[in-house]
Design a protein. Structure first.
Length: 206
């Protein structure tokens, strides 16, 4: 009965102050994103900068490169949400048609195979194919968030489920616990954004 608490205590003891700060900022980002708050991008920028250093140390090179993309997307996301609407106003929630999703998934899988093979052959990267999958899928899904595409929450559910295993394998236990919490928040995020999307469509009707 005491095994799980002891494992959690050991995991917390192994965490650095920087990882704790990154986790808290990442939680703040997701909660603010659920509410469609512009402040989510400020939290994302700060969390991403910290994770860039953490993942470099852990040998997750694709995840490290992803953080650089996140930094740029934090800036783009703020501008898009603030001025990306039809009249340069707040951006509404929209959806993608099935062909767009098919193209996105095909692109993710292709890039995963190519970069995973390259990392496995030419670097000391850990779990190169899983690392590549979460990286390329996150690139596409972050773009979807910046454009307020409703289905981004479904993509994130898959990505974060895979990420839990990836981070546990690299002893980033608190980050893995964060992603488990993400899975719960994602469900609420999808429901809230779906309501916003329905409200927007209803309001647009004559």
């Amino acid at each position: 009965m005491t095994a799980v608490p002891e494992q959690i205590r050991d995991a917390l003891a192994a965490m650095s102050g920087w990882e704790i700060a990154a986790v808290l900022l990442a939680v703040a980002y997701l909660l603010l994103a659920v509410r469609e708050s512009l402040w989510c991008w400020g939290a994302a920028l700060a969390s991403t900068a910290i994770y860039l250093a953490i993942f470099l140390r852990a040998g997750l090179y694709m995840e490290s490169a992803l953080q650089g993309f996140y930094i740029a997307m934090a800036v783009y996301g703020w501008v898009s949400w603030r001025y990306g609407g039809p009249r340069r106003d707040a951006l509404p929630v929209t959806t993608w048609p099935l062909p767009a999703h098919a193209a996105a998934i095909a692109g993710i899988l292709t890039l995963t195979l190519v970069s995973g093979w390259l990392l496995a052959r030419h670097t000391a990267a850990q779990l190169p194919y899983l690392d590549s999958f979460t990286t390329w899928a996150s690139v596409v899904t972050t773009w979807m968030v910046a454009r307020k595409i409703l289905e981004n929450w479904i993509y994130w559910f898959v990505i974060d489920s895979v990420s839990i295993y990836l981070y546990v394998s690299r002893s980033l236990h608190l980050t893995a616990m964060l992603f488990a919490v993400y899975l719960v928040i994602i469900v609420f995020g999808f429901a809230r954004w779906r309501k916003s999307w329905i409200d927007t469509r209803t309001g647009a009707l004559p």
